[in-house]
Design a protein around this ligand. Structure first.
Ligand code: S3P
Length: 426
């Protein structure tokens, strides 16, 4: 599918899918719990559907209707009779591998072409150290796992990755003794918060998290807050076109709100108010107005809190005077695409002055972007970033493969259009 986007102004109250990271974890923790859980405002994105399908193949009842899932679990998993297919979703594959490492049976996890080219040794290695048998194909999927009989480890992760940390902590639930993970920069902490809220305490100190094996999460009932990484596209659309954007019931966990902090540093008006707590996670209202006026430099310690929003930072950088630089973001090279190459190529074809660096990029602004034919390259976040670029580029911008957006935000085009964006599907 193609989208055609033309200059237009975006403003208003945004409607968002439930947070994707919380969606994966809610389904998995509900499956680990014995009993019935209800998850409201579950994202309808394809990645979440992949997690639900894998859990069903492991004998868990997952009924999903109208954005609410009911999970019925015996608190244990059955050996799957077929491969578990994680689709495009790294979170599904990596977190589930942690749970499967604790199960006394064989399973095989595979994914689409993009996921099959992404690094899996980063989870296979610590899970092997805990006692699981984990086979990979040259460090990539498919993953063959024979689990059970795990023991706790003290693991220093070489990457600041919540998926790696979560895989180890989830395996730690099934391990004897204590499992500790230390990471180089603090990544999103949803697994720690949710496990603790559901009765399996995770001790956190700085970049270190530890868990004692043997507990099980309790079943729960939760309405998930909106996804800040999806909100970021609509907020950037408002900031770049002069409209105020308000998101109610948004996840406001600090390990996820790096993009709001960058907007404020670039000169936009940002106001966040936490008004509730959902399974250990702060949620509330975010209002963003004004516009971006100055460039930013982003360094490695800030990267995990806005890793998925960095393509948008590149776009914002094209519209302010000076050099916006991102460093310490080499992880972008192993996302759904090499997001450094994909972002640089796509924005250059719209006329941006942007250079790739080994672990980030430099953008020199301001430039007047010009509409062109561009490709999303099979990457959901690229598709949405290009749609936002099309709102400020002269003429019209045609985005090929735009339906990649369905991976995380199936209603994105409709929502952008409802808020005033001129965007049509061709
Ligand atoms: C996620 C962690 C991040 C992020 C991804 C979701 C998660 O990946 O990019 O979209 O839910 O744990 P890494 O753990 O690889 O940094």
């Amino acid at each position: 599918m193609k989208w055609r986007v033309s200059p237009s102004r975006v403003a208003g109250r945004v409607e968002l899918p439930g947070d994707k990271s919380l969606g994966h974890r809610s389904l998995m923790l509900a499956a680990m719990a014995a009993g019935r859980s209800r998850i409201g405002n579950l994202s309808r994105g394809q990645d979440i559907a992949s997690t639900a399908a894998c859990l069903r193949a492991l004998g868990v009842g997952v009924d999903e209707a109208g954005g609410t899932a009911v999970v019925e679990s015996a608190g244990q998993f059955s050996p799957p009779s077929r491969d578990l297919f994680a689709g495009n979703s790294g979170t599904t594959m990596r977190l589930l591998s942690g749970i499967l490492a604790g199960q006394p049976f064989r399973s095989r996890l595979c994914g689409d072409a993009s996921l099959s080219s992404r690094p899996m040794e980063r989870v296979a290695d610590p899970l092997r150290r805990m006692g699981a048998h984990v086979g990979t194909r040259d460090g990539k999927a498919p993953l063959e796992i024979r689990g059970g009989d795990l023991h706790g480890i003290d693991y220093r992760s070489p990457v600041g990755s919540a998926q790696v940390k979560s895989a180890v902590l989830l395996a730690g639930v099934y391990a004897d003794g204590e499992t500790r993970v230390t990471e180089p920069a603090k990544s999103r902490d949803h697994t720690e918060r949710m496990l603790s809220a559901l009765g399996v305490p995770v001790r956190v100190s700085g970049t270190e998290a530890s868990i004692r094996g043997g507990g099980r999460p309790s079943p729960f009932d939760a309405d998930l807050p909106g996804d800040p990484s999806s909100a970021a596209f609509l907020i950037a659309a408002g900031v770049l076109t002069g409209g105020n954007v308000i998101a109610e019931n948004l996840l406001l966990n600090e390990t996820r709100t790096g993009f709001s902090r960058i907007l404020a540093r670039m000169g936009a008006d940002v106001e966040a108010t936490v008004d509730r707590n959902v399974v250990g996670e702060p949620a509330g209202k975010l209002r963003v107005g004004g516009t971006v006026q100055k460039p930013v430099s982003i360094e490695s310690s800030e990267v995990p809190a806005l890793i998925d929003e960095l393509p948008l930072v590149a776009l914002l950088g094209t519209q302010v005077s000076g050099v916006t630089s991102v460093r310490g973001a080499g992880e972008l090279r192993v996302k759904e695409t090499d997001r450094i190459v994909a972002t640089v190529d796509a924005l250059r074809s719209l006329g941006a002055d942007i250079e790739a660096r080994p672990d980030g990029f430099d953008v020199r602004g301001p430039t007047s972007l010009r509409g062109a034919e561009v490709s999303a390259n099979g990457d959901h976040r690229l598709a949405m970033m290009l749609a936002v670029a099309g709102l400020v580029a002269s003429g019209s911008t045609t985005i090929h493969g735009a339906d990649a957006a369905d991976v995380s935000f199936p209603g994105f085009r409709a929502e952008l259009s409802r808020l005033g964006g001129t965007i049509e599907a061709l």
